[in-house]
Design a protein around this ligand. Sequence first.
Ligand SMILES: Cc1cc2nc3c(=O)[nH]c(=O)nc-3n(C[C@H](O)[C@H](O)[C@H](O)COP(=O)(O)O)c2cc1C
Length: 254
Amino acid sequence: MNVLVIIGSPRKKNTLSMCRLIEEKVNAAETVKFEYVFLGEMNLELCRGCMLCISKGEEHCPIKDDLQSIIEKMHKADATIFSSPVYAHHITAIMKNLIDRSCYHFHRPSFFDKTALVVTTTAGSGLEDTSEYLKRTARGYGFNFIGSLDVMMVIHERSQKYRHQISKKIDDLSKKLLQAMKDNKSPVPSVYNLILFGIMKHIAPYIERDNTYWQENELFDKDYYVDVPIPFINKLIANLVLKRIKRKQAKYFK
Ligand SMILES: Cc1cc2nc3c(=O)[nH]c(=O)nc-3n(C[C@H](O)[C@H](O)[C@H](O)COP(=O)(O)O)c2cc1C
């Protein structure tokens, strides 16, 4: 088994050290290969906003740099750890750029047989929003998201009680990571997944590449991308939200 760790910090310090702790814990139980991608060292240009990856397909991206090699690593790994320190209450620019450059996966998710974990660190604030964004990205790309390790470094350095709590969280996540990689199950769609699916179904006919993906995978008549049981309550809430969105949009076409 192997894990890809995407380090969204330009330096190798707090966020990396937390990922290393997960690596140590996992390897104390079983041998798993961890590969690190340091975004700060990659040749990753800024997205130019041409939309070609979404409309025509990712192979039409005019930028030829390290993006596709990172995506290939994500496809080859059993699990990916998305990590970022908090910068001004959000993920770092280099992590956001990776997401912008690969965001066609929101339209055409392809990581349903892969596990994802999120690691964020901060001095003291912005942890929740940052972690939530990475979680939504992983879920949106189709990953089986199993949890996050979110650490306030100022407290971690000063409080033994907090360090103990973080250490327990690392134990728990490491066990979950190993189990999820072995089980290799497609994730149960969350309300968020179902809303995204509904929105993509609505816009797919107007986007050439998405339309092909939806037709090839015969998705237009389905409730979700993969054949998994959908909790009734998730479906109900998602449908209510989607109806509200449609009602709001419809008033502009009257
Ligand atoms: C540009 C910049 C912005 C930051 N913004 C925040 C912030 O909004 N809130 C906060 O508590 N810490 C903030 N920090 C502190 C980092 O999140 C924190 O030190 C983190 O653990 C650094 O991780 P690293 O060592 O992996 O780079 C910021 C640091 C930098 C360099």
